[in-house]
Design a protein around this ligand. Structure first.
Ligand code: ZN
Length: 397
């Protein structure tokens, strides 16, 4: 018998999809070194090792079980070696639950100046101080191993969904070569490694990328290059190709960058297990809070006399303790508490929405719960409401 080293993560499907009405939603559980993540699940984004304006107790109260931190940002500031010297990312940010770090590829493409991508890696100017920096599959793995998240992601070359076919094909091929190099370079035994499927909106390139990445021994499969400028029907078509090929694959599927309740539900129904986005926290800081049926603008004057909570029955601090009038006043006065309360509410709303979906799947009543879930997400008809342009990108520094 050959001994095989146990992987640092495992995925169990608790309720297999019953593809009635084309629904591929499934209930699962990802076991990681720092805890268990129930899926379908949403990961709040802690760009600079903090979800803006929240502390770890706030994140727990909002229902977060895993957070994402950005490799690109932490590599540039304060530096992965410093974080490693200080005991690793969990200790550094005071979060003892699972963490996933992304590959850095998306930020290189979307944030950095003067980037040049060659077959070996990416050279770019830091958006913070203009210094010249370089990331390769090998250095991205080294940075992520030093940070020490539960899950690292293979270095990839994303492109916007609407990019010309030749550009998508080129980036997808490069992503495949970089996936193999990332696997080769990754050695940390207590850290899982997920691979990224690219392929843009081209069905044949998506199919080839799904087959290639799924053929490698990753612990999970990310679906990249979406949540950009594609329409919801285009996204559905891509997911149909990808998930269709992964039906018998035992690993979790993670769609990067999606964050509005309607988009999340749409993708869960197609069989996606994990999500992340800055959307709930970013829109909160502009005074937009999610309520059943849509958004409420806390900057609107009519809320200044509204004694009701943001959302009746919501268990977040903002709703338990304060009125719309108070939070609206805080936004007008630009008080710091405004950002914390609105962010707490939006993340609580999002994570509670995912919990509602999980309960419906567990109870075998997802189909019956759909009208109520769509209503809560602010959509009466599926297909409306793409992620707004720019909102799926990374938070500014
Ligand atoms: Zn609330």
């Amino acid at each position: 018998m050959t001994a095989v080293a146990a992987r640092p993560s495992s995925f169990e499907v608790l309720t297999a999809p019953s593809p009635r009405g084309g629904i591929r939603a499934r209930l699962g559980r990802v076991a990681l070194p720092h805890g268990v993540v129930e899926t379908p699940q949403f990961m709040p984004v802690g760009t600079n090792a903090t979800v803006k304006s929240l502390d770890p107790d706030d994140l727990e109260a909002a229902g977060a079980s895993i957070v994402l931190a950005n490799t690109y940002h932490l590599f540039l500031r304060p530096g992965h070696e410093r974080i490693a010297r200080l005991g690793g990312l969990h200790r550094f940010m005071g979060w003892d639950h699972p963490i996933l770090t992304d590959s850095g590829g998306f930020q290189v493409v979307s944030l950095a100046d003067a980037r040049e991508i060659d077959d070996d890696g990416a050279t770019f100017r830091s958006h913070i101080d203009g210094s010249t920096q370089r990331l390769t599959p090998e250095s991205s793995m080294a940075v992520q191993e030093a940070l020490g998240a539960d899950v690292a992601v293979a270095f990839d070359h994303p492109v916007y969904p609407s990019s010309p076919r030749a550009e998508v094909a080129d980036a997808t091929e490069r992503t495949h070569r970089w996936a193999e190099r990332s696997l080769q370079a990754h050695g940390r035994p207590d850290q899982a490694l997920f691979g990224v499927i690219q392929g843009g909106l081209e069905p044949d390139l998506r199919e080839a990328s799904t087959r290639f990445i799924a053929g490698l021994p990753f612990d999970g499969l990310n679906i990249g290059g979406l949540a950009g400028d594609e329409t919801p029907p285009q996204r559905r078509e891509v997911l149909d190709v990808v998930i269709g090929l992964l039906e018998a694959d035992p690993r979790p599927r993670y769609l990067m960058g999606l964050g509005s309740p309607g988009d999340l539900l749409d993708a869960v129904l197609q069989g996606v297990d994990l999500f992340d986005s800055v959307l709930p926290s970013r829109v909160a800081r502009t005074g937009q809070v999610w309520v059943p049926g849509g958004r409420l603008d806390l900057r609107s004057a009519e809320l200044l006399d509204d004694p009701a909570p943001i959302e009746d029955g919501c268990e977040c601090l903002a709703c338990r303790r304060f009125s719309r009038a108070y939070v609206a006043h805080l936004f007008r006065a630009r008080e710091l508490l405004a950002y914390r309360l609105a962010t707490l509410h939006n993340l609580t709303f999002t994570l509670d929405f995912m919990a509602r979906i999980r309960r419906a799947i567990a109870g075998g009543r997802l189909q019956a719960a759909l009208p109520e879930l769509w209503l809560r997400a602010g959509r009466t008809v599926t297909g409306e409401g793409a992620t707004m342009a720019g909102e799926a990108t990374d938070e500014p520094a």
